[in-house]
Ligand binder design. Sequence first.
Ligand SMILES: Nc1ncnc2c1ncn2[C@@H]1O[C@H](COP(=O)(O)OP(=O)(O)OP(=O)(O)O)[C@@H](O)[C@H]1O
Length: 248
Amino acid sequence: MKLVLQHVRKSFGEKKVLSDVNFQFEKGKIYGLLGRNGTGKTTLFNCLSGELPTDNGTMKLVHEATTRNLEMHDVGYVYSLPMLPEFLTGYEFVRFFIEVNADVIEERGTDLDALFDMMHIAEDDRHKLIKHYSHGMKNKVQMLLFLLIKPTVILLDEPLTSFDVIVASEMKQLLRDMKKDHILIFSTHILQLATDLCDELIILNHGSLTPISPEILTQHDFEEQIIELLRDDNGQDVQRENADAGNL
Ligand SMILES: Nc1ncnc2c1ncn2[C@@H]1O[C@H](COP(=O)(O)OP(=O)(O)OP(=O)(O)O)[C@@H](O)[C@H]1O
């Protein structure tokens, strides 16, 4: 299974954010998406998840000889700021989620406690109201939902930054275990995390995606090389076009 993006464009008014995104993501890999603040990572995720319409281009899922448009149900999105119903307990929310998604959840009679165990959410925490959960616990609940509905594409917008070191390590292992069945795209500003967890790194600049050559990652000065790639002058094209349009 591949996710193929061709000529994806998105502007806000005259401000061009994604100018021409072309990329092919493969199932079984974790992709690390790097880019400076405001380069359009969240915009790209919002377009992929269907929350924002694109202005142009195609986003297709290709499986052997079959090609179809990416649809909302194909994509799971872990937001950097988790959005969950605060008035339910974690347990109640997941039970409700299973009920309303019964047509797409394969396993019948899902063992809720086993799921919470897998996410290392303690027995008493699962019966607390979500409004009392920490940011990291809410992210865990969001990820738990993907174990149930198994979306083809999972987008993670800076989620591991809210986890303590133990939980971050558990989550990294969970993502590694999940990757064989999914296309995982992970946006982060933490270079160490990206190189540690991801199979491929891509940079969003110029309003488009550029893969980082795997050879760079084996070199002793890879951090300096990536910082150089991320530097402002790489965004000149989009900045210039926006400036021409009178935006900057
Ligand atoms: N709904 C919107 N309306 C107008 N402009 C927007 C909208 N959403 C994003 N933008 C603009 O698009 C640009 C890209 O924003 P985006 O949030 O996608 O960047 P980002 O790479 O995720 O940034 P960060 O790393 O800081 O989270 C920014 O200039 C932002 O102000």
